[in-house]
Design a protein around this ligand. Structure first.
Ligand code: COA
Length: 259
């Protein structure tokens, strides 16, 4: 895959996507947003890819937000369209049928925090910072922050983060459940690979079903339980389920094929 503002690398079954505008702290301009859209559309259907890591180029920032230089010329309608475009791309990431892990290597502010929230798991370096500083610019988060942050850390802490705009450290992010792991900066990518591998080694269809069922927890419990039972049933139609159960009974390692 060839992009202007993204770097793409494969490590076995893991795709590593790097947002590559370090001179602008990887701020999300139109090109980055469009390229993320195209990249994740391809990755969703690429059967050789079982997990994705997304990170930022350089040692300073994961993503320092939407590109603020685009804001001054936007009309109200432009701004709505701008938010919807970003939301569409981040929802595509959230709906990926394979695990997407954010390796947060520095500032994750505004759209950067929202991008990390759209990923399924977050691994942060010790010097990462997470925040939604938009109200300091006279706007609010527009790429899903007001919806996903409360769902991940609870409404009280999310409200404080969004209304004060004050960033939190990696350590605090871990305490509030915003990140799953914290690692030294030099070990971040390996830590992200390790956590990704611990999922890609499992049955791919079961992983896709689990991700879908977990997403249903955004809605009413009764609906989520119906969907869970349906997806549980679907997994009994897979070869991988036969393989997983046989391997357990035969005391050997399963070989999943994603079928
Ligand atoms: N949009 C556009 N450009 C951005 C940006 C953003 N969100 N964040 C950083 N940049 C650019 C800066 O303008 C600067 O460009 P320049 O060298 O051409 O002037 C470059 O990235 C480096 O940033 P700088 O501010 O000089 O680095 P710093 O170390 O002093 O500060 C931050 C780092 C992250 C604290 C600061 O860049 C910042 O507050 N960024 C905006 C965060 C934000 O409000 N995001 C939400 C947007 S809705």
């Amino acid at each position: 895959m060839n992009f202007e503002s993204l770097l793409f690398e494969a490590d076995g079954e893991i795709a590593i996507v790097t947002i590559n505008r370090p001179e602008k702290l990887n701020a999300l301009n139109e090109t980055v947003i469009s390229e993320l859209d195209a990249c994740f559309e391809d990755l969703a259907s690429d059967e050789s890819v079982r997990g994705v890591i997304i990170t930022g180029a350089g040692s300073k920032a994961f993503v320092a937000g939407a590109d603020i230089s685009q804001f001054p010329t936007l009309t109200r309608d432009d701004a709505v369209a701008f938010a919807k475009k970003g939301q569409h791309v981040f929802s595509r990431i959230e709906k990926m049928p394979k695990p997407v892990v954010a390796a947060v290597n520095g500032f994750a502010l505004g759209g950067g925090c929202e991008l990390a929230l759209a990923c399924h798991l977050r691994v942060a370096s010790t010097h990462a910072q997470f925040g939604q500083p938009e109200v300091g610019l006279g706007v609010i988060p527009g790429y899903g922050g007001t919806q996903r942050l409360p769902r991940v850390v609870g409404r009280g802490i999310a409200t404080e983060m969004i209304l004060t705009g004050k960033p939190v450290s990696a350590e605090r992010a871990y305490e509030i459940g915003l990140v799953n792991r914290v690692s030294e900066p030099e070990d971040l990518l390996e830590a992200a690979k390790q956590v990704t591998r611990s999922m890609t080694s499992k049955a791919p269809i079961a992983i896709a079903h689990a991700l879908k069922a977990i997403r249903e927890s955004d809605g009413p419990l009764a609906d989520g339980l119906i969907e869970e039972a349906r997806l549980f049933g679907d997994s009994f139609d897979t070869e991988d389920m036969q393989e997983g159960v046989s391997a357990f009974l035969e005391r050997r390692k399963p070989e999943f094929r994603g079928r």
